[in-house]
Design a protein around this ligand. Structure first.
Ligand code: MIC
Ligand code: SF4
Length: 657
C-alpha cells in the first residue's frame, strides 16, 4: 500500500514505535523553535537538565511577543534569551525582527525536515513540506538536547483541494471554511495533508496561512506536498539547494478525506469569540468597525500586507476606524518600505507597527470598550485582545482593508460594485537584501554565559506522585476552555513568564479571579472541565502554574493535545469523565481517588474510582502510554529526565539510551 507524505517524513525520522494511529511514537527532531514567552523556561529547563549544547541541526530563539519592552522584565528576558542562545548554540533573532513562524519560514523552514516548537503555530512551515509540531517548552528542551519527541501517531486526513479560488477569496477563507465545517475540535488527533489539483494554484505564503491556522482546528499539524512553487520560494530566499520533492504515493491510504472546491470558497469571517464561529462576510455586513489590524503569524507576510496596501493606495481609512499594520517580519516591513507601500499606508491613515505579535495577545492596540475589532489573526478567544467582553472578528487582509475603507464589515465584492476597487490579486515579493543584521548565528554569538536579571526565576519541581489523592474541586468549567483562560498572555501577566510564583497568582483569573487565592489556601485540589480542555496555545504555564498551586488532577470530558501533554509533563493527572458524571459533579465537592494512585498509574490501570463527597462514585479513565505514566509517577518530565540521567550516569536525554 502506498504511503502518505506524512508517513514518508515520519518514517525517515522514526526512532521508536510504529506508524499506527493512536500508538505512541518517538521521532528525531531536526529543527527547534522557541520564542520569548515560552523560551525563558525552555532554557532554564535545558540548564536544569545539565545539558550544555544544542544537538539539533537548527535551533532558533525568536523575540516576538513582548518586543515593545514596556517593562524592564521584558528586556531582561530578551537579554537572558540572547545569552542562552549564545551559550548553548542556537540562532538568536533580535526583538523586532519578527514573529517566530514568519522569520523561521524565511530563514530555516525546509521540506522533509521535522521541527518541534514551543508555540502552537509551529505547524506553519507545513506549507513547505516540513513536519512541524507545537509542544510545551520542556519537550523542546529535551529535543534540543538530542532526545526524541514522543507523541500519539495521528490519523492522516486528506484535504483534497479542487478548482481555483475566485476573485476576493483567499487562503484565509480556505482555512476558515475548514473551521466552519470541522470546528475547533475537528482536527484533534489528526494531521491534515493537502492534496489535489488545487494545491498547485496556491503559492507558499498562501499554503502557510492555511497550515498556520490548522492549529485552530486542534490538528497535530498540517502539511502540503512540495513542487516548483516551493522550489521558487526557496530560491527567492537564496536556499534553493534545500528543495526536496515530496508527495504522497498515488495509492496512499488516508483515514478520511475532505474535499474543498476552491472555486466555491467565498469571503468568510469568524465572529466573536471562537475561530470556528464562521459565516460569510455578507451575513454580518454593515456591522460598524472601530479597529482593523493586519498582521500576525497567519497573515503577516509581505504577500498578505500587499493586497491591503494596494486597496488603500490613494485612499483614506474611515474617520472612526483605526487601522494598524504589524507585519510578521522585519523583512516584510523592509520590502514594503523599499517599494513605497509603507508610505502609501501611512498616507491612507494607517499606523505602521514594528514586526511583532503584539495585539494578537493584547499587548498594545487593546480595543476600546464596547467596540468591534477586525483582525487578520488566528484567534479571537474572549478577552485575548486585552479587554473582557471584546468583539474580535477574524478575516483576510482584503476583508480587513474593505472595512477600514467603509467603516463597517463589507463583503469586498460589494465594495468593488460600489467603489470600483478591484481585487488586488496575489503577488509574490522580491527580497532586496540578504538580511542577517537581526539574526545572530551560533558562531557569531556575543555571549558565552547566562545573564539572569532579577525577573529570571527557577523552574518549579513537583514531588513524585502520591499514593493517596484527595482534594476539593476548586473550579468547574465548561467546554473549550483555552489556555488564555488558564494563564492569560496580556502584557500585565506576560512579563512574569520567568517568575512562576508571581505568574501563578493569575491562574484561571479569566474564569474566576478568586481561584489562585483559594488554591493557595488549599493543600490539594482538582479542576473539572467539559470538552477540549486547554485548547489554544502551547504555553506550559497553563499546567505549571496549577501544579505550583497544588492542583493534583483535572477531570475533563476531553483534553486538547498540547495541554494534555503539558499536564503529564508537570505531573498533574488528566482523567477523562463522561458527560453524565460531569453534569453531576459540583464545584466545592471533595473528590478522592479510591485506588493507590501511584501503584495504579505505574501498573497500567486505566479505570479509576473517584469517590465524590463521600456520597457517590464515578469511574474516570486514564488514557496514558507507559512513558506518560512514568512522567506522572516521577512528578513530571524534568524530574523523570533527571532521574534517567542519574540511573544512566549521563544527561538523561534519550540520546543516551
Ligand atoms: C498564542 O498565540 O497564544 C501564543 C502566545 O503564541 C502561544 C505561546 C505562548 O503562550 O507564549 C502559543 O500559541 O503557543
Ligand atoms: Fe504571535 Fe499571535 Fe502568532 Fe501566537 S498566534 S505566535 S501571539 S502572532
Amino acid at each position: 500500500m502506498g504511503r502518505t507524505l506524512t508517513e514518508k517524513v515520519l518514517d525517515d525520522h522514526l526512532v521508536e514505535g510504529e506508524l499506527t494511529p493512536g500508538e505512541e511514537i518517538g521521532i528525531e527532531i531536526d529543527q527547534v523553535l522557541t520564542q520569548d514567552t515560552t523560551g525563558t523556561m525552555v532554557w532554564l529547563q535545558f540548564e536544569a537538565l545539565d545539558l550544555d549544547e544544542v544537538q539539533t541541526e537548527v535551533a532558533a530563539q525568536y523575540c516576538d511577543h513582548q518586543t515593545y519592552q514596556f517593562d524592564f522584565k521584558n528586556t531582561d528576558d530578551h537579554r537572558f534569551l540572547r545569552s542562552a542562545a549564545g551559550t548553548f548554540g542556537a540562532h538568536f533573532s533580535r526583538p523586532g525582527n519578527g514573529i517566530c513562524h514568519q522569520v523561521h519560514k524565511e530563514n530555516f523552514a525546509a521540506p522533509g525536515k521535522t521541527m518541534l516548537g514551543s508555540d502552537s503555530h509551529t505547524p506553519t512551515p507545513g506549507g513547505l513540506g516540513e513536519f512541524a509540531v507545537g509542544s510545551g517548552g520542556i519537550d523542546v528542551a529535551v529535543a534540543m538536547g538530542g532526545g526524541p519527541y514522543y507523541f500519539e501517531m495521528p490519523e492522516i486526513v486528506e484535504v483534497r483541494l479542487e478548482g481555483d479560488l475566485p476573485e476576493w477569496a483567499t487562503a484565509k477563507d480556505v482555512v476558515l471554511e475548514l473551521l466552519r465545517r470541522l470546528s475547533v475540535k475537528g482536527g484533534v488527533g489528526k494531521v491534515f495533508e493537502f492534496t489535489g489539483p488545487g494545491v498547485d494554484t496556491l503559492s507558499v505564503p498562501e499554503r502557510t496561512t492555511i497550515t498556520n491556522m490548522g492549529t485552530e482546528l486542534g490538528a497535530t499539524t498540517s502539511i502540503f506536498p512540495t513542487d516548483e512553487r516551493t522550489r521558487d520560494f526557496l530560491a527567492e530566499l537564496g536556499r534553493e539547494e534545500e528543495y526536496v520533492e515530496l508527495r504522497p504515493d498515488d495509492d496512499a491510504d488516508y483515514a478520511d478525506s475532505v474535499t474543498v472546491d476552491l472555486s466555491a470558497v467565498e469571503p468568510l469571517i469568524a465572529q466573536p469569540s471562537m475561530p470556528d464561529n464562521v459565516v460569510p462576510v455578507s451575513a454580518v455586513a454593515g456591522v460598524e468597525v472601530d479597529q482593523v489590524i493586519v498582521g500576525s503569524c497567519t497573515n503577516g507576510a509581505y504577500e498578505d500586507v500587499l493586497p491591503a496596501a494596494k486597496m488603500l493606495e490613494g485612499r483614506a481609512t474611515n474617520k472612526t476606524t483605526d487601522m494598524i499594520v504589524a507585519p510578521g517580519s522585519k523583512q516584510a516591513s523592509e520590502m514594503l518600505a523599499r517599494e513605497g507601500w509603507v508610505a502609501e499606508l501611512m498616507a491612507a491613515g494607517v499606523n505602521f507597527s514594528e514586526a511583532t505579535c503584539g495585539a494578537c495577545i493584547g499587548v498594545g492596540h487593546v480595543p476600546a470598550s464596547d467596540s468591534v475589532s477586525l483582525r487578520t489573526f488566528n484567534r479571537n478567544f474572549e478577552g485575548r485582545s486585552g479587554i473582557e467582553d471584546d468583539s474580535v472578528y477574524l478575516c483576510s487582509p482584503e476583508v480587513a482593508a474593505a472595512a477600514a475603507i467603509t467603516g463597517e464589515i463589507t463583503d469586498p465584492r460589494d465594495l468593488e460594485a460600489e467603489t470600483g476597487i478591484r481585487d488586488p490579486g496575489f503577488e509574490m515579493g522580491t527580497r532586496y537584501t540578504e538580511r542577517d543584521a537581526d539574526l545572530i548565528a551560533p558562531d557569531e554569538a556575543v555571549d558565552d554565559d547566562l545573564i539572569k536579571g532579577p525577573n529570571i526565576g527557577d523552574v518549579p519541581i513537583k514531588d513524585p506522585l502520591d499514593s493517596h489523592l484527595e482534594g476539593e474541586v476548586l473550579l468547574k468549567m465548561g467546554d473549550n476552555i483555552t489556555t488564555d483562560h488558564i494563564i492569560p498572555a496580556t502584557s500585565d501577566i506576560l512579563m512574569y513568564r520567568s517568575n512562576v510564583p508571581k505568574i501563578s497568582e493569575f491562574t484561571l483569573s479569566r474564569v474566576d479571579d478568586s481561584f489562585a487565592e483559594r488554591a493557595m489556601r488549599t493543600e490539594a485540589s482538582f479542576l473539572v472541565a467539559g470538552e477540549n480542555y486547554g485548547q489554544g496555545s502551547s504555553r506550559e504555564h497553563a499546567a505549571m502554574c496549577p501544579m505550583y498551586l497544588g492542583v493534583e488532577g483535572v477531570l475533563a470530558q476531553s483534553f486538547a493535545r498540547i495541554h494534555r501533554a503539558n499536564l503529564f509533563n508537570f505531573g498533574i493527572v488528566p482523567l477523562l469523565i463522561d458527560e453524565e458524571d460531569y453534569e453531576r459533579i459540583d464545584q466545592g465537592d471533595t473528590v478522592e481517588i479510591v485506588e493507590d494512585v501511584q501503584a495504579a498509574v505505574a501498573g497500567g490501570e486505566e479505570a479509576f474510582t473517584v469517590r465524590v463527597d463521600d456520597d457517590w462514585e464515578l469511574t474516570a479513565r486514564l488514557d496514558a502510554s507507559e512513558r506518560e505514566r512514568d512522567l506522572l509517577c516521577a512528578g513530571g518530565k524534568l524530574s523523570w529526565t533527571r532521574q534517567q540521567a542519574q540511573d544512566k550516569g549521563g544527561n538523561g536525554t534519550p540520546a543516551d539510551d
